[in-house]
Design a protein around this ligand. Sequence first.
Ligand code: SF4
Ligand code: SF4
Length: 764
Amino acid sequence: MADKIGVYFDESTLSGALEIQKLCEGVQKKWSDLCPVVKVHPRLASAEGRAMIQADIDAGTINAVCICGSSPRVDWDFYQFGKDVLVDRVNLREFCVLSYKDPGGQPMVSGQTPELLHKMANDYVNMGVIKLQKANLPDGGAIDVVKRVLVIGGGWAGLSAALDVASVGYDVTLVEKKDVLGGAAAGMYKTIPFKYPYDAAHATGVEKKIAEVQSCEKIEVLLGSEVASIAGAPGNYEVAIKTGGEEKVLGIGSVILATGWLPQDTSFLKPLGYGKLKNVITSREFEEMAKAGAIVRKSDGTKPAKVMFLLGYGSKMDQFEVKEQQARAAALAAAEEKKETDDTPKTNFIKQDTYKHLAYSSELTSLTALKQANYVREFVPGGVAMVVYEHMMVPGLNELYYKAAQNDASVMMTKGVIEEVRDGGDGDIVVVLRDTLLGSKVEIEVNMLVLPTGMVPTTAIDPILKLKYRQGPAMPDLELFSGYADSNYICFPYETRRTGIYAAGTVRQPMTLAAAEVDAAGAALKAIQCLESANRGMAVHPRSGDLSFPKFNLVRCTQCKRCTEECPFGALDEDEKGNPMPNTSRCRRCGTCMGACPERVISFDNYNVDQIGSMIKAVEVPDDMAVGGPRMLILACENDAYPALDMAALRGKKWSPYVRIVPVRCLGSVNTIWIADAMSKGTDGCLLLGCKYGEDYQCHFVKGSELCNRRMANVGETLGKLGIETERVRQLQVAIDEYDKVPQMIDEFVEEIIKLGPNPFKGY
Ligand code: SF4
Ligand code: SF4
C-alpha cells in the first residue's frame, strides 16, 4: 500500500488555467500525513522533471508518485519508475483545462480559475491520491514457461506460422491430421497472384514451404496426428497428441490454430442444378480438374468450350432462404432448450443443408472465379469463360488482376442475377439471367457451370482443441451458423477467446494464400508474445504488460458460480465444491469477475472495489444543487470511452464541469455497489460509458459492456428500493472514434438530470 505519496504538478500543461498553488495547498492540508512531497515543475515531462521525482524516490521520501498534468495515455513510459514504485496520473489537462465548459457565469479567463473548475481539479487530485493509497504493487505471478509453440494444421497458414516462429529461435511442434503436409494449397493448380505484377495466377510454392519446414531443426512435424486434449494455461499447456493408436503428452507454451476450412455441404446448391445436371460443378471440383491436368465435362469427357462462373446465387435461392430461416429458428430453439453455451460446437447445425453462404466469402469468390476463368483458355484452346457477378469484390492490389481479366478477350464478365438453371440437352446448361449489363433477361447456353464453394471453418465441425476448460472444449464462435472463432476483430484479429490460442488463415475467415501468410505471421508474433509475457507474469493484451490479476478471498465465497460463468475467457475453473480456481496466465485482467461477484471477494492489487468506491466517495457533492450545481459520475471504459474523451478534449470539445470521470478497466468490472454508494451519498446521476455490445460488439473484453447492461436491471431495483429515480443511472455505448459525439452525450445527460432535480439523498 502506498503510504508516502509524492504529488507533482506539471506547470506546462496547467498554468494559466488552474491555480496550481491553491491545489498544492489543498493537498498539503487534506493529505499532510500521506503526501510528504507536493511539488510544481515548469515542465515535468523533461529530464529535469523526471530527475526531481527520482531523487525523492531515491531518498526514500516517497514510495508512490501522483502526476498531475496530462492524460495517462500520454508519456506513459516516461513516468515509470520501476516495479517497486506505484504511479498514478491525474488527467487535469484533458478533463479540466481543455474541456471546461462554462455553465453560465463562470468563464475561464486568463489568470483566473473559475470556482467550478478549481473544485473539479481538486476532486480529481483527491481521487488520484486515494487511488494510490488503496493500491498495492501487483506481484505478477510469473511462471516458468515452456518455450514451444504448437501449430495445429499443416496447410499454408500452419506451415507459414511454424516457419515464422522457428525463424526467431522458438521450438515448434506441428500437428497435421493427414499423412502429408500442404493442406488445401497442395490441391491448388495455381494461386491468385501475390507477387508483382499481380496480373496472372502463378504456382503456389507450397512444395518449397513444405521442404523448408521438413528441413528446419526447430520444427517437429507429427503427421497423421490429432490433438486429443489441451489442459492447463498459456505458458504451460499439457497437450495430448494422438498418433495412430498412441497418445503422448507434450508441454506447450502457446498454440496457433491453422486447421483451415472444409467445403460446405452442397445440397443447398440443388436449386442451381447441382447434383442433377452433371456439368454443374463447384469451384473446388474445377480446381481439382485443373490440378489433375485436364478440364473436361463429367457427362461425356469433352472439353467445355463455354464455361460460366457464377459469383452469387441470385433469386433462385430465395425459396431456399425461407427454408434456411425456418431451420435457423428451429436450431436456435433447440439450442435454447438444450441450454447450449456459446462454446458448444455447432456441428449439428452446420451439417444441415440449410444455409446459403458464410460470412466474408465474397472477395475470395470473386478472385477464384477470375483465376479459374483463366484456366479455361489454358486448358481449352479457343475456350471462352463467362463470369457473372452481382458484386465483384477485388480490394487492394487485386484490382490489377481484375483489370488483366477485363483485357483478356477470352474472358467475358457481366453483372447479372441468376433466375433459372435448366437442362440444355447434350450435357449443356441454360442459364437465365436478369439485370445484366446487356439489358433485361438473357438466356445463355454453356457447356459447364461453376458455382462458388461454400467454406466452413473446421472448428464448426469439430472442437479440434478439445480444451479441458470449465466452459467447454471449443472456442466460442461468432454466431450460431458461422463457426469462426470469436474475438475482437477490430483490434485483435488473431486472438481467440481462449488466451494463448491464436487463429490463423481460413479457420479464422476465408482469405487468399497471401492474406493467410500475413495472418500466420501475426499469430506467430502473438504466440511468442504470449510466452514472453506469461514468463513475466504479464497480460498479453489488451492490457499488455499488466502485472495484476484477480485475487479471491474464498472464505466469503458462496460458490454462486457467477465469476466462473461470466469470465469471457474461460480463465476460471472450479474445484469440486464450486469455488473458482484462477488460471493466472489465461486471465486478461478485465475485472468482469470482480463486477459479477455479489460478495465482493474478488480484487486486484491495483484495482478493487474498495479503491474505486473510495475514489467515488472523494468527490465533493454540494448539498445544494442550486448553489454548487449538480454532481454526476461517469464510469468510463479505458479502452474506448476514455480515449474518446481525451481525443474530444484535444480537439477543443467542451463538456459540463459537473461531471467527474472515473476510468474503469471495462464496464463488465463495474460492481453495482459503486453506483448504489454514489447515489446514496447524494450524487445526482451516474453515466456508464462503454463499448458497443450486441451482435456487432466492440467490447475489448467481448461481453463486458453487455453484462453491465444486464446488471443494470439490478441497479434499477436497488434505486427503486432507495426511492431514487432509475433515470439517474444510464449506460451509453461509445466507440473510440465517436469523440465528436461524446461531449454532447454527456451534456444531454446532465441536462436531463438537472430537469429531474436534486437527488433526494442529498445532504444526508
Ligand atoms: S473475468 Fe477477466 S479478470 Fe476475471 S478471471 Fe476472467 S479474464 Fe481474468
Ligand atoms: S462470484 Fe464471488 S461468490 Fe460467486 S463463486 Fe465467484 S468468487 Fe464466489
